[in-house]
Design a protein around this ligand. Structure first.
Ligand code: ATP
Ligand code: MG
Length: 394
């Protein structure tokens, strides 16, 4: 037995000139995420349809819930445009909902094939009546139904009861590829997620200062990259050993500038990695005013070590909202594991709040970080995170 999924598209369908290209990207992306599993993706009438063998439903549902560009999806039944058939299936679907506890329902119909003899309203009325008559113990409730039977009359008829949300946005890769500076905190995974849903494919970069930051801290970042890989359709996690950089900062930098200079070194390194990997942008989880290194002045300073666009999708987001989003995407519980990413040894008690641009750049340059940062980038190690967690889903 095969299962059919109806896929609703959002913003892509509004695109004018390059709509076909976006649609093609989405189709490839779904195919790529379903690789190794028998599947058919069809485009019809501004919708996509995915067909997979019944046993691959968990994987299809994992993928459809996480693929940017998908606005919503539903497991559906495709049938002929015939009222008897629609009634039979509608009753069947509602019996299923009643068995799992629904006691009220309504029918929602949409007719995009205007050649179909009944109008939407008539379909709802007729089908509603037939279902009511044939499913014991249910009533109609148009305001607040516990179940909705959806009917769409297109080139064929489609019926379904449970619509699920997608992550919306644009297909991954339609906006190029960025490098996410991924720490073990709450912000950067959310920043990555936001950019993925705007069509930016991502690789991620973590600066690891072993043994000042532990193996568990790295595993935390790896697991966060794993969560993002589910949305991105896989992800490379690059780890740069930053201990020597940190030690040099500790030794040479004024105490109130250690975090600021560390961020500057991170930008320098990220710039080198992006160049090597031929990427298009950098992404961070910075939020204006969150900590001393994230004032406008300090971001101007740290940002001056790259000429890539630095995308900071959380710049204007309240931390509480970031936390809610982190919970929704599944990164929060990993982010709050207790392993600190930034060792207190390196955190100044009274950090500089407003770097004076020219002065600070001169001071930083005179310390000569290029060499030690290049060495960290030379020693980069890459871990490939799969799109679908291995072994868990058929
Ligand atoms: P997050 O911002 O993710 O909660 P954090 O609060 O530990 O982590 P901040 O001090 O706010 O990090 O750093 C701002 C941004 O700098 C992070 O969002 C991230 O993009 C980047 N960053 C910080 N530390 C690292 C690191 N060790 N490796 C990679 N990127 C980092
Ligand atoms: Mg932060």
């Amino acid at each position: 037995m095969n299962a059919l999924y109806l896929i609703k598209l959002g913003e892509i369908s509004l695109k004018d000139g390059n709509r076909a290209e976006f649609l093609q990207k989405l189709k490839w992306d779904i195919k790529r995420r379903m690789a190794g599993i028998e599947n058919v993706v069809e485009a019809k009438d501004g919708r996509y349809y995915l067909t997979v063998p019944e046993e691959s439903c968990p994987r299809a549902e994992f993928v459809l819930s996480r693929t940017p560009g998908v606005n919503g999806w539903a497991r559906a039944i495709r049938t002929e445009k015939d009222m008897d058939e629609l009634s039979r299936i509608g009753i069947e679907l509602m019996k299923g909902k009643a068995a799992s506890g629904a006691s009220s329902f309504k029918v929602e119909a949409r007719r995009s094939d205007k050649g179909f003899p009944l109008e939407s309203y008539d379909i709802m009325r007729e089908l509603g009546a037939v279902i009511l008559e044939n499913v014991p113990g249910i009533r109609v409730d148009v305001r607040n139904p516990e179940a909705i039977v959806y009917v769409e009359i297109r080139e064929k008829a489609y019926l379904y009861t449970d619509g699920e949300p997608g992550v919306r946005g644009l297909p991954v890769g339609s906006g190029g590829t960025g490098l996410l500076l991924l720490s073990g905190g709450i912000d950067s995974p959310v920043a990555g997620y936001r950019m993925l849903t705007r069509g930016l494919a991502l690789e991620s970069l973590y600066f690891h200062a072993y043994p000042y930051t532990s193996k568990e801290a790295w595993e935390k970042v790896r697991d966060l990259a794993g969560i993002l890989a589910g949305y991105g359709g896989g992800m490379s996690l690059h780890t740069a050993p930053f201990t020597e950089v940190q030690l040099k900062i500790k030794k040479d930098a004024p105490a109130d500038r250690t975090t600021l200079y560390l961020r500057a070194c991170m930008m320098l390194a990220a710039d080198m990695v992006a160049r090597r990997r031929n990427l298009n942008a950098l992404v961070t989880g910075e939020s204006l005013g969150q900590v001393a290194s994230q004032t406008a002045e300090n971001m101007r300073f740290t940002g001056s070590f790259t000429d890539y666009a630095i995308l900071r999708p959380l710049a204007g987001t309240d931390k509480e909202d970031t936390v809610l989003e982190a919970r929704a995407i599944g990164s929060y519980d990993i982010s709050i594991r207790p392993y600190e990413d930034c060792c207190v040894l390196f955190s100044p008690r009274h950090p500089l709040l407003k770097a004076r641009y020219e002065e600070e750049r001169c001071a930083f340059k005179s310390l000569g970080f290029d060499q030690v940062v290049s060495e960290a980038v030379e020693a980069l190690e890459t871990t490939q995170m799969p799109c679908v967690p291995a072994l868990t889903l058929p």
